[in-house]
Ligand binder design. Structure first.
Ligand code: EPU
Length: 422
């Protein structure tokens, strides 16, 4: 059978209301934290995506009992039966967030053996800051033949100064510190919404985390963590942004409900600058657009700056803006590979190291293109929605890692997207 492709007939205006799913990056963190609980955990609003399936396989490998209802988005985890402290390479290669099991297993079992993580190929992704943080809590951490071996008879809270703002590093140290003796302080911590969500989840289990959402987080470890009530993860910031960009790209009128508009300020500001109209309600955003968009300049930054995960979909939109846009990617060094694919669709792009200069063209045209990572896939979907003709996207598995039923959601708004293996 031929490889699966996603086909998109462009030029359809998106119109209507769509509900956003639970957050991918918060889901993988909260699921890993569930192994800290001595009582069964119920986690709600989880997206039905491949990274959640890999998380389930990881928990089951460790010996936890998991019941996962992808339709309802509800998972129950009973981690009282955990009997292993290693994560197989096969699972680590499929998900970046496998590294969270270093911190979580250290806290829960006093040891972890986890191969260096995989995930999307968007540049170097070392975990030296994660390891440094765990050493500050008294763990002995060595990497041998690509496997991180961590152990600690006892973790003791300490000061952790992050050399750069790292989402994963902050999460991993929070997990390790949750049962350490005394107080851990993380300086230069990441402020992303999923850091706050993880802190809320840990606190709901009895941990005492303060300062999440600022750059100094204090964690007072406790002996026993226990889930007492179901916990619902926050909506997906990046899916919300992708849908907002899709609405603008098709000159549509779309209301995205179930989202948190304050998480979207950086994108909202840029869409307004481009000439789209954005209206916010408590838990919904309406994006409308008529006429041509203006070119803009933006730089990716840590939260609350413009998220690197939306750089790729946003740069697709800029391919047809009037004028020349400049995009600076400050977080990952190879996150412009989608632009080379879009050149096949008529985009005019020049790349100078971390800067992409995009000269807007009046119209993209359909082509066969390849997703090189998750958000590159989303960017190509946006480009396909704008293009004349039927675009074919290869490597659809990247899209499924992080978007729940993306084509169903877009089709419900009027898009023409389907998959084929013919
Ligand atoms: N870094 C280091 N050393 C470390 C950790 C990070 O040098 O120990 C560097 C990285 O190389 C990178 C920068 O610091 O240049 C930021 O990396 P960060 O640790 O913040 O990223 P991450 O935790 O690996 C998460 C998301 C990514 C998202 C980034 C940035 C998850 C599972 N992944 O990755 O999401 O792009 O934060 O916001 O939360 C995606 O969803 O498509 C995705 C790639």
């Amino acid at each position: 059978m031929a490889e699966e492709r996603m086909l998109i007939t462009g030029g359809q205006r998106l119109e209507g209301t769509v509900r956003v799913s639970g957050g991918k990056n918060t889901a993988v963190a909260v699921i890993s934290a569930s192994i800290l609980s001595r009582t069964p955990c119920v986690i709600e609003n989880l997206p039905n995506i491949e990274d959640v399936n890999v998380s389930v396989e990881t928990l089951e490998h460790l010996g936890a009992k998991v019941s996962w209802d992808p339709k309802a988005g509800v998972m129950e985890v009973d981690a009282s039966t955990i009997c292993r402290t290693d994560v197989p390479l096969e699972l680590c290669r499929r998900m970046r967030a496998s590294s969270y099991y270093i911190g979580a297993l250290l806290a829960r079992c006093g040891q972890a053996q986890v191969p260096l993580p995989g995930g999307c190929d968007i540049g170097r992704r070392p975990i030296d800051q994660h390891i440094k943080g765990m050493r500050s809590l008294g763990a002995v951490v060595e990497t041998q033949r690509g496997v991180v071996n961590a152990r600690a008879d006892k973790l003791v809270g300490g000061d952790v100064f992050m050399d750069m703002v790292t989402v994963g590093g902050t999460i991993n140290v929070m997990l390790a510190a949750s049962q350490a003796e005394g107080i851990t302080t993380i300086y230069n911590a990441a402020k992303e919404p999923h850091i706050v969500d993880l802190a809320n989840f840990l606190n709901s289990m009895g941990c005492r985390v303060k300062g999440a959402g600022t750059d100094v987080i204090r964690i007072r470890g406790v002996n026993t963590l226990a889930c007492r009530r179901p916990y619902a993860v926050i909506p997906d910031q990046i899916e919300t942004g992708t849908l907002m960009i899709a609405a603008a790209a098709t000159h549509g009128d779309v209301t995205i409900c179930g989202c948190i508009p304050t998480h979207m300020e950086a994108l909202t500001a840029k869409l307004l600058e481009m000439g789209a109209r954005v209206d916010e309600r408590d838990d919904a955003i309406r994006v409308r657009s008529i006429g041509a968009h203006r070119a803009v300049t933006f730089k990716t930054q840590v939260y609350p700056g413009f998220p690197t995960d939306l750089q790729q979909p946003m740069s697709a939109l800029l391919c047809t803006a009037t004028g020349t846009s400049t995009v600076v990617e400050n977080i990952f060094e190879s996150r412009f590979r989608h632009l080379a694919e879009m050149e096949r669709m008529g985009a005019r792009v020049r790349i100078y190291e971390q800067t992409a200069v995009i000269e807007g063209v009046p119209q993209l045209h359909a082509a066969a293109v390849e997703a090189t990572d998750l958000r590159a896939g989303a960017a190509l979907v946006i480009a396909g929605l704008m293009a004349q003709g039927t675009t074919e996207i290869y490597n659809t598995h990247f899209i499924d890692r992080g978007y729940e039923h993306l084509e169903d959601k877009l089709n419900s708004l009027g898009a023409k997207i389907w998959r084929t293996r013919e």
